[in-house]
Design a protein around this ligand. Sequence first.
Ligand code: NAP
Length: 215
Amino acid sequence: MPRRDIFLTTKVWNEDQGYEATKKAFDASIERLGGKDAVEPLDLYLIHWPTPEKDTYVETFKAMLELRDAGRVRAVGVCNFEPEHLQRLKDETGEFPAINQVELHPKFQQKAVRDFCSANGIAVEAWSPLGQGGDILTNPVLDGIAERLGKTVAQVIIRWHLQIGNVVIPKSVTPSRIAENFDVFDFELTEDDLFAISDLDSSDGRIGPHPNDFN
Ligand SMILES: NC(=O)c1ccc[n+]([C@@H]2O[C@H](COP(=O)([O-])OP(=O)(O)OC[C@H]3O[C@@H](n4cnc5c(N)ncnc54)[C@H](OP(=O)(O)O)[C@@H]3O)[C@@H](O)[C@H]2O)c1
């Protein structure tokens, strides 16, 4: 597959945060991906977690902006950033990240993060968009919508992400599911469907750790 047909993202891991360490980690990632000539410019480079206790994400972001300005990556972003972390990046570097990848699925809808990102031109990307394939896939509300539309629950969830404006990255190692997860552009959820799904949100629906507790 030609390089241009792939949107290639990688991340800087928590232990590699810091100005110099990030630049080194970027070089190491490029080598692991096949070398500069094969993959640069990378499409997106992300900070994996804010790790606020370490307090290195601002320096990390400064290194990433330099990598972008040098043409080695087209866009830089973050993962698992709360509004206060995003605002601090803007205050201390003059820029918001292009994107914030956060845990986001019907049981944990991240309204505050989505509102902050939307107000500040930051794209939102949903990780674990299918709730990691857990019991959300047998939820009766979603099942009812899927049955009416002749689609699967996974397709209804992916369509919901797209209609509320999320970038969505469902993971599957199963070829038939990969095809199924792409097949979401021939139907639309109604306002009532979106309303019913917004009701599935739960404050304790998080699967992963809270970003402030993950250091
Ligand atoms: N930034 C972060 O901190 C962070 C954290 C976690 C994940 N992520 C990213 O988010 C991506 C996706 O998240 P995730 O893998 O945690 O969860 P996910 O995409 O919500 O769910 C993946 C699970 O759902 C199953 N599945 C996929 N499509 C399906 C379908 N059509 N019908 C039924 N089951 C289906 C998969 O099974 P099979 O594979 O067996 O088909 C797998 O067990 C990952 O690739 C990762 O890059 C980021």
